[in-house]
Design a protein around this ligand. Sequence first.
Ligand SMILES: C[S@@+](CC[C@H](N)C(=O)[O-])C[C@H]1O[C@@H](n2cnc3c(N)ncnc32)[C@H](O)[C@@H]1O
Length: 291
Amino acid sequence: MINKIKLLSKLGWYKMTQKYANSSQDYDKASGDYDTFFSDKMGRHSIQLLNKLDIKPGQDVLELACGTGFITNEIAKRLEGSGSITTVDQSQGMLEVAKAKLSSYSTLKLNMQQNDMMRFLGQTPDCHFNTVVCGWAICYTNPVQFMREVNRVLKPNGQVGIIETRIDSEELLMTAFEKVLSNDPSYLRRYINIKLPSNSDVLKRWFLKGDLNTTDLWEGEQPIPCVTSEDALEWILRSGAAAGFLDVIDRTREQEMLGKIKEELDRTLLEEKKLRLSHTYVAGVASKEIS
Ligand SMILES: C[S@@+](CC[C@H](N)C(=O)[O-])C[C@H]1O[C@@H](n2cnc3c(N)ncnc32)[C@H](O)[C@@H]1O
């Protein structure tokens, strides 16, 4: 109980003083493995989102937080060599992988830059893009401000596609992480400022607040096969799923904390005979309708 109070007051203090965790260092580190782990499992759901968008040759497409360019590459295929793709990502490591992946599309106009997505949107003129896509990263912004800016930079009848992790995703790991932190709040060094939706209605509300008209909305779940606690830890570290969360804790004690999380997972394995890990998500498409 005392430790829980300590943890909450520390969290409150870091939030008040805006000592926020930044995910870039963790994504830089995960960039080499991200496609083998995250894209391999979750990429199919991003493709489902792209299949619901009307991306055609000649369009100007903006992808915010492109990461290693998995979605960018799929957009490039759909443009069939004509049009433009602008991408923004904060992590230099992720962006480098994306640039290498896109290097063969010589006839597309490509603008791939390291930037904060809200800063980029703020610098972009009105009515600039036919399509805006953001995969697995709206959580790092203020979603309502994000939608308002997306609306502003979209051309009339432009479309936006969003896919994002749901708050109950990878509950097994989050429960272990929270337990270790509440047992020893001294691990905590920063506040993690991410906004994960609890269901697709939340995404619909974000679209609405940005004056965007929802045309499609769905949710899903991807099981992540894990036999041992080592498998589960490998997934969070190499898929980028722990990005931002590792920056919350005292970096000098990262290995020690991971060891404690492993102990928690081993306890669950002993009690439940199985590690149930799944990545849940919401997704949606909306348009800027001009009456
Ligand atoms: C889970 S990855 C998703 C990457 C890619 N969209 C995909 O579908 O694989 C999240 C990405 O968001 C980027 N990111 C986080 N906060 C950002 C910000 N404020 N501005 C730009 N990029 C950001 C990270 O660097 C990382 O590459």
